[in-house]
Design a protein around this ligand. Structure first.
Ligand code: NAD
Length: 494
């Protein structure tokens, strides 16, 4: 069994408390994990603060930080098999998803390195400057010590999205992993040590809600970056308000997937299944509200029901598995609760709606792909389920699709399927969400911003916006006028 020690000030250490993580596929123990005490968390923050003010980190050139990011990417590739196996065991990710996660996390560090080399930390604003009066510069500086909290669904990718911009910006951090899935972030910690990241720049701890809340209450923390549910996001915002910490929130979603009547239907059917079934539906940007225009709905529905029967729910190590178990019993019960509510409310169950059982399946919590036909007043039209369940609603036309798509407190992602680029773009532009795909789903580009409108979040990760989320901007005014009489303030108080 793997042993996970806290990573504080560049060293791995035990603590007086511990817990065990289990494999969602079979409930077998994966790792013995040390849980930090309040003293450990304080020491991690102290280490991050000392690193932030250390000469070595403050004076490190941006190209050297980019070298570190590239080295992390390379080392991750070298350890890709180990990372993949651990991610499968710890999070119940299927082998194809876990491989993609390791690849995406490694690529992210590489892309970020490229962005960092080009990023101008000092920019003279010519339009705001005037010869003989003033020269004006924007200077981007790291915010300081960060507290970062991540969820269990994409553990390695989430850790990469958090640690990457910390290193790129020159900040420092204490990252808290999710209680359910701490393992791969600590392999990343070994890699950080291996590539020579100065000690204390990145500290990684374990724990749940109480450790997370304790961490971000530390007054030395200047920025909080949280990914998780909207409900917890609200609590985080309240806590961060006390010390007016800078805040990034990546929260839940109920994303709309819209099939227009001129779509390539066979592509849209597969896209719709991929959109809500990927990682058992445990993705924040899942396309869980499916709108299909009435004209093509009967044909689409028939093809969808035929195709969904071909999706293989399987144990995560099986390369043929399309998706596997949900993370744990609590999540399973929550999903089944939504399925029951939908039945009681009169939503029409088209497929699934039950647990997959027998043999290996009885050791974990597997749920059949579940399709409901719903109206906008059904609970599952509105609430995030985080499981393999889709709410399908036929719509009259583009306008109704847009109106219903925007009828949500969430605004994380969405998609439009159509063969007419102009029409699809017109619909896409009217969706109130942070990402919209046309004839695509789930794919993210590390060079582009990702985040939510409305209650799906605050701020962006990745892209230039993601880097700037870790920077303060200073206006540096350099006078270009040394004649007292020409200064506008000269006679102000004399
Ligand atoms: P969660 O909100 O329950 O927990 C997320 C993290 O917050 C965990 O590390 C948890 O230990 C910690 N936490 C919980 N309560 C806390 C508190 N009071 N103070 C401080 N920390 C606390 O979410 P989850 O169940 O782990 O993940 C699923 C949710 O995450 C879904 O809603 C999903 O949509 C969202 N998510 C969003 C994105 C995104 O980029 N927008 C990405 C992945 C997941």
């Amino acid at each position: 069994m793997k042993e996970i020690k806290l990573f504080i000030n560049g060293e791995f250490r035990n603590s007086i408390k511990e817990f065990t993580t289990t494999n969602p596929a079979n409930n077998e123990a994966v790792a013995k994990v040390y849980l930090p005490t309040e003293k450990d968390i304080d020491e991690a923050v102290d280490a991050a603060e000392a690193a932030f003010y250390s000469k070595e980190w403050r004076e490190m050139d941006q190209n050297k930080r980019a070298d570190i990011l590239e080295a992390i990417s390379e080392k991750m590739k070298v350890r890709r098999n180990e990372l993949t196996e651990l991610e499968i065991a710890d999070s119940g990710s299927c082998v194809r998803k876990a491989k993609a996660d390791v690849h995406n996390a490694a690529s992210y560090f590489k892309v970020l390195a490229g962005q960092l080399r080009k990023f101008q930390f000092e920019v003279k604003d010519e339009s705001a400057s005037r010869a003989g009066f003033s020269n004006n510069f924007k200077i981007y500086e790291p915010i300081g010590v960060c507290a970062q909290i991540i969820p269990w669904n994409f553990p390695l990718v989430m850790a990469a999205w958090k640690i990457g911009p910390v290193i790129a910006s020159g900040c420092t951090t204490v990252l808290k992993t999710a209680q359910e899935t701490p393992v791969t972030a600590f392999v990343l910690a070994e890699i950080l040590k291996d590539v020579g990241l100065p000690k204390g720049v990145v500290n990684i701890i374990t724990g749940g809600a109480s450790e997370g809340a304790y961490l971000l209450k530390n007054p030395k923390v200047r920025k909080v970056a949280f990914t998780g549910s909207t409900n917890v996001g609200r609590k985080i915002m309240e806590l961060a308000g006390k010390n007016l910490q800078r805040l990034s929130l990546e929260l839940g979603g109920k994303s709309a997937n819209i099939v227009l009547d001129d779509a390539d239907l066979s592509l849209a059917v597969d896209g719709a299944l991929y959109a809500f079934l990927y990682h058992s539906g445990q993705a924040c940007d899942s396309g869980t509200r499916l709108f299909v225009e009435e004209k093509v709905y009967p044909t689409f529905k028939e093809a969808l029901l035929k195709r969904v029967a071909e999706v293989k729910v399987g144990i995560p190590t099986d390369p043929a598995a399309g998706y596997g178990p949900v993370i744990n019993k609590k999540q399973f019960e929550s999903i089944m609760g939504y399925i029951n509510t939908s039945k009681i409310e009169g939503a029409k169950l088209l497929f699934g709606g039950e647990r997959v059982t027998g043999g290996e399946f009885d050791k974990g919590y597997y749920i059949k792909p579940t399709l409901f036909e719903v109206t906008p007043d059904n609970t599952i039209f509105n609430e995030e389920i985080f499981g393999p369940v889709v709410a399908i609603t036929p719509v009259k036309n583009d306008e109704e699709a847009i109106k219903l798509a925007n009828k949500s407190v969430y605004g994380l992602a969405g998609a439009v399927w159509s063969k007419n680029p102009e029409r699809a773009r017109n619909v896409a532009k009217q969706l109130e969400t942070g990402t919209v795909w046309i004839n695509e789903y789930h794919l993210l580009n590390p060079g582009m911003p990702f985040g939510g409108y409305k209650q799906s979040g605050l701020g962006r990760e990745m892209g230039e916006e993601g880097l700037k989320a870790y920077l303060e901007v200073k206006h540096l005014w350099i006078s270009d006028c040394d004649e007292r009489a020409k200064k506008p303030w000269f006679d102000a108080i004399f």
